[in-house]
Design a protein around this ligand. Structure first.
Ligand code: NAG
Ligand code: NAG
Length: 143
């Protein structure tokens, strides 16, 4: 009886500890995947992508991530399609969203209807696109 309780107590602590860094782990993994993806892309000027950049308001993170995801779709032809797919899946994870949301906590003056549409972001080449995505994830990683 006592032993069971002790075991449960230990399980509980182990779970609590594991739950803490999961967000960080997910973000870290995505960051590594995107870095790896960047290496497999055949960067050439002809492919232009909508680029949400890194200056994203808190309440617009979801739509910006959606935009990043849709643009990664266009990279599939010029890079590792499987890795693209994995990155796209990760960009949809709540952990990633939560991690990014913490960056600009001071910006409360944000309304969802003010978020830019994907089409209205500037177009850049794939290299610049990856640079921005990687810096965004770097900012979240160091947060
Ligand atoms: C946060 O705000 C700063 C200052 O406006 C900006 O430079 C930075 O890109 C923003 N980052 C994110 C992820 O919103
Ligand atoms: C992405 O890859 C290109 C070409 O391989 C490289 O020049 C660039 O520095 C990489 N960008 C990042 C942010 O790692």
């Amino acid at each position: 009886m006592q032993l069971t309780f002790l075991f449960l107590a230990m399980m509980c602590c182990a779970l609590a500890q594991a739950a803490m860094p999961l967000r960080d782990l997910t973000m870290r993994q995505l960051y590594l995947d995107v870095k790896k993806l960047n290496k497999t892309i055949e960067h050439h000027g002809s492919l232009t992508l909508k680029n949400p950049g890194t200056d994203i308001k808190d309440c617009c993170i979801t739509s910006a991530l959606q935009c990043y995801r849709s643009q990664v779709d266009l990279l599939k032809v010029s890079s590792n399609a499987l890795l693209c797919h994995k990155v796209q899946r990760s960009l949809r994870k709540p952990h990633i969203f939560e991690k990014l949301k913490g960056i600009n906590i001071s910006r409360q003056d944000c309304q969802k209807n003010q978020c830019q549409s994907c089409d209205s972001y500037p177009s850049t080449d794939s290299k610049e696109f990856m640079t921005k995505l990687i810096s965004l994830l770097e900012m979240a990683n160091s947060n």
